[in-house]
Design a protein around this ligand. Structure first.
Ligand code: SF4
Ligand code: SF4
Ligand code: SF4
Length: 163
């Protein structure tokens, strides 16, 4: 049984540093009701769900990508998830200044990994092609994260973007 005082302490309405699982109802409902049973960690086929702050499950895209298999949703005994017929989440990739192309070094690893072709490379006169992210196409799968040799890609939710 989860201690309610401790749950309240942990649920201080904060935004997690890393994204949670897809199809979660919302962060507050999650922190209030997740018992940290770890069933989603065991169920995840790509093992990207890890123990985060306070032992609550969170996604680590350095371990791999989300395939949207829904097994985390199916494994969870608590009412924490929305219908999987709805959009999974508002997680999007973000490319930062550590990108090799910005230092004029040829690299297209992330584009090669992106199934939905959300990362396209735009040729530059006198320089190497630069990655451009099409946010409307990005589904937040995170497949581009681990492939980047300079860790230039992070995955952020709209809430994190607003911080
Ligand atoms: S949908 Fe599948 S791959 Fe994605 S976090 Fe859940 S169990 Fe893991
Ligand atoms: S994989 Fe990383 S370094 Fe290479 S183009 Fe993409 S963001 Fe830049
Ligand atoms: S998170 Fe997935 S869909 Fe988005 S840019 Fe990266 S590989 Fe493409």
């Amino acid at each position: 049984m989860f201690d309610r005082g401790r749950r309240n302490l942990l649920s201080r309405r904060r935004t997690p540093a890393l994204p949670r699982m897809p199809w979660l109802v919302d962060e507050d409902t999650f922190v209030d009701n997740c018992t940290r049973c770890n069933k989603c960690l065991s169920a995840c086929e790509t093992k990207i769900i890890v123990k985060g702050d306070g032992g609550f499950p969170t996604i680590d895209f350095n371990q791999g990508e989300c395939t949207f298999c829904t097994q985390c949703v199916d494994a969870c005994p608590e009412p924490l998830f929305r219908s999987t017929t709805e959009a999974a989440w508002d997680v999007k990739a973000r490319i930062n200044q550590q990108c090799l192309a910005q230092s004029n070094v040829e690299c297209r690893s992330c584009g090669d990994m992106c199934e939905v072709q959300a990362i396209r490379f735009k040729l530059q006169a006198g320089g190497v092609a630069q990655p451009e992210l099409e946010l409307d196409l990005c589904n937040g799968c995170g497949a581009c994260v681990a492939t980047c040799p300079t860790s230039a890609i992070t995955m952020v939710t709209r809430k994190l973007e607003e911080k």
